[in-house]
Design a protein around this ligand. Structure first.
Ligand code: TYD
Ligand code: MG
Length: 456
């Protein structure tokens, strides 16, 4: 048996060093090195890797047959959309997300819904009974060819794989799995790296796709070294606010599809339900005559989402006015308030401002700016904005209303949802063929114009 050896690994990027280092030479992070006892892989293991490599030959590119047509459709429209049309054979996928967000539920539900495929669901976290209890909550499981096993050692997992011969292997989660080739404990960097590599080798050699679950750290990154993200073909992230039932599936990396698509689900008592039209749940049913609300026409990836921005402006009771933003960047809010003070006579220092994005959704699209500004102004002057109006523009520091990407897409969707007016930047409207749309397109170049048009 090879002698056990101690190495130090960077917990950020997986850089390996034989001594402890304060700063990682690879990623530049400080105090990230952790000591791990590593045992060199057994000699015979290396030989088997060798022969596999020798067996492959270079081919001419036009002789290579693609497996595009053989993608495994998961039977779940939202999941397939994010994957780019289904799971590619031989691919290695990683699903990350905070604890309790619904990763295991999503995968088990998918495993039970895929038609005519044999699936092996390996859990290192739950017993078979617990998986069954979860399955009972979700669907009628009798219909499918889904095997479950509770196991944490890769060598045993591959024995089960040989016995079951699945069309898809699901492993929940990579942090609980360990390989006998390495001596360190499950969840350590070297274990995660080696296990991921073993699953990748299996996927590539057998053509069976492998779906791994990965935990994320408190700062939102996938736990374990970045190396893992490099190895896998596809990194998916499952996110959402735990206080709301809505969950978003994003792809952060996808070798076989676009990373712009998102999938939206709703967590219910009996599992996850697909949400085909997110705008319908994001727009609350509100009264015409309530001030402080405005609808933003945002895009998440390639998908239009109409989101309601709610704001409350009131006189500050204490010396320091309060600011609170839910689902929106706080510094961006301060900047918008400063612009409004300068351009629209909004008395910043004397007002408390509260901002909330309905539905617990966190938006990164800058096109939400104009809706935020108008919601604040509406609450300030206490004049409601019609729920049939929507906004799609970014704001600049001098109060200019700036163009946003894919504005036609947003206008088309607003039209489809029955909005009467959409406020966009003048610079966006120039190249538009307005006759194509049934709704009125209001062009504004500075925030004052929007203010006058809405409240004058
Ligand atoms: P889970 O899939 O265990 O999360 P993860 O694997 O990401 O840690 O999801 C757990 C949460 O989902 C739990 O708080 C209960 C809830 N849940 C439902 O609301 N409905 C359901 O049908 C199921 C199975 C879970
Ligand atoms: Mg889980």
């Amino acid at each position: 048996m090879a002698k056990a050896k101690t190495y130090f690994f960077c917990s950020e990027c997986g850089y390996q060093s034989s001594s402890w280092l304060g700063k990682c030479p690879e990623c530049g992070k400080w105090s990230t090195f952790q000591e791990e006892v590593v045992q060199a892989p057994k000699a015979d293991n290396r030989i088997s890797k060798r022969t596999a490599v020798d067996g492959s030959k270079p081919k001419l590119i036009h002789e290579v047959t693609t497996s595009e047509t053989q993608r495994i459709a998961t039977g779940c429209g939202e999941f397939d959309r994010v994957l780019g049309g289904g799971i590619v054979p031989g691919s290695l996928l990683l699903l990350g997300g905070e604890p309790g967000i619904g990763k295991s539920t999503l995968l088990l539900q998918t495993a039970l819904a895929i038609p005519d495929r044999r699936i092996l669901y390996v859990s290192g976290e739950e017993s078979e009974q617990q998986i069954k209890m979860r399955a009972d909550r979700i669907v009628d499981y009798k219909k499918t060819d889904c095997y479950v096993v509770s196991e944490t050692v890769t060598q045993r997992i591959f024995e089960h794989v040989d016995a079951v011969k699945p069309d898809l292997l699901i492993v929940d989660s990579i942090q609980t799995i360990s390989t006998e080739n390495i001596d360190s404990s499950a969840g350590s960097i070297s274990q995660i790296r080696e296990c991921t590599a073993e699953f990748q080798r299996y996927a590539k050699e057998s053509g069976v796709p492998v779906l791994l679950v990965g935990h994320i750290t408190k700062d939102g990154n996938l736990a374990g070294p970045k190396v893992m993200e490099h190895i896998v073909d596809c990194v998916l992230q499952f996110e959402g606010d735990r206080n709301y039932g809505y969950r978003m599936l994003r792809s952060l990396k996808n070798r076989f599809g676009s990373t712009a698509e998102i999938g939206i689900f709703e967590m219910q008592g009996d599992g996850l339900r697909e949400v085909a039209n997110p705008s319908e749940f994001l727009l609350s049913q509100r009264d015409e005559n309530l001030s402080g609300a405005a609808v933003a026409a945002t895009l998440e990836g390639a998908r239009p989402m109409f989101i309601e921005v709610q704001s409350l402006v009131s006189s500050a009771v204490y010396g320091t006015p309060q600011r609170n933003a839910n689902g929106f960047d706080f510094r961006r809010l301060s900047m918008l308030l400063a612009v409004l003070e300068k351009r629209c006579g909004f008395k910043l220092g004397a007002k408390d401002v509260f901002l909330n994005i309905a539905g617990g959704i966190r938006v990164s699209d800058p096109a939400i700016d104009l809706a935020v500004a108008c919601a604040i102004l509406s609450s300030n002057v206490d004049i409601p904005i019609s729920p049939r109006y929507c906004f799609a523009a970014e704001m600049g520091l001098s109060g200019e209303v700036r163009p946003v990407s894919r504005v036609e897409h947003r206008i088309g969707e607003a039209d489809r949802l029955g909005f009467e007016k959409i406020f966009v930047s003048k610079y966006n409207a120039r190249s538009l063929n307005k006759k194509r749309f049934g709704l009125e397109i209001v062009e504004v170049s500075v925030i004052e114009e929007a203010f006058r048009s809405l409240f004058a």
